[in-house]
Design a binder for this molecule. Structure first.
Ligand code: HEM
Length: 228
């Protein structure tokens, strides 16, 4: 089924125009250009993926399959001034499109995502990650539904925990999910497609989508534990 675009700030053609104009400017830029040219080998595919990304944000489509968090975490020399340069070019380009609703929304989203990418980039360098492998000797007993922003229960977005002896293995299929421990050390990890985190028995936690996507949890029990 096609998403309902009746409240959309723009069309798919506007998204293409924005992405193509913006990355033409990026590639010409003395500071940003070389970073992209060193990493992007197939610009046609990259631009297609970026159109899908902006279409997901602005039109609610679900074609985007990339993983921006690890893509940027891999770039060694990022800095906040580089993000500011990226944003300045982006704002210049949205201002030339003559689409005020698109400009307002895209500018705000870019600002928010740039701050998030920068925060995660810094976090990755100082924070330990949470375990992504279960201990031996557990038995799987149930899979959760596949959760998306549309069906994510409020209970999972507030502090909650599994019972004694019940473990979970959360796997992100698409999008970006933040998994946070509600008790000390209050660690938060930002997971993208393919990444997992172990949910320990009785450890209070909650989740929030950073970018729309989907995830699922498989539950495991320790030998002799009553989990239902
Ligand atoms: C300092 C600023 C930035 C730099 C230098 C930068 C650089 C890059 C590079 C080199 C790639 C390709 C990575 C690869 O294929 O290995 C990339 C991908 C991407 N970037 Fe950025 N970026 C910046 C900011 C942003 C911001 C603010 C956004 C969003 C608002 C963004 C969205 C994306 C997306 C969606 C991808 C594709 C990820 C994928 O397909 O998995 N970038 N970026």
């Amino acid at each position: 089924m096609q998403p309902d675009h009746s409240d959309a700030p723009c069309t798919e053609d506007d998204v293409r125009e924005l992405v193509h104009r913006f990355y033409a400017r990026v590639r010409e830029d003395a500071t940003l250009g070389p970073i992209f040219e060193a990493r992007v080998t197939d610009w046609d595919t990259h631009l297609e993926s970026l159109c899908d990304f902006w279409s997901a944000l602005l039109l609610g489509t679900r074609r985007f399959q990339g993983a921006p968090i690890p893509a940027h975490a891999r770039i060694p020399d990022l800095s906040w001034p580089l993000f500011q340069r990226w944003l300045a070019l982006f704002h210049d380009v949205t201002a030339t499109l003559d689409r005020p609703a698109l400009q307002t929304q895209a500018d705000a989203m870019a600002q928010r995502i740039a701050a998030k990418l920068w925060q995660v980039w810094q976090d990755r360098n100082v924070l330990p990650s949470l375990p992504d492998t279960l201990p031996d000797g557990l038995t799987a007993y149930r899979d959760s539904p596949v959760f998306t922003p549309d069906n994510l229960p409020a209970a999972l977005q507030a502090a909650h925990s599994t019972k004694a002896g019940a473990w979970g293995l959360l796997t992100v299929h698409t999008g970006v999910l933040r998994y946070t421990l509600d008790d000390p050390p209050h660690t938060a990890v930002v997971l993208s497609a393919g990444q997992r985190v172990v949910i320990q028995p009785q450890q209070r936690h909650h989740v929030a989508f950073e970018l729309p996507g989907s995830f699922q949890i498989t539950f495991y029990r320790e030998a002799g534990a009553a989990t239902e």
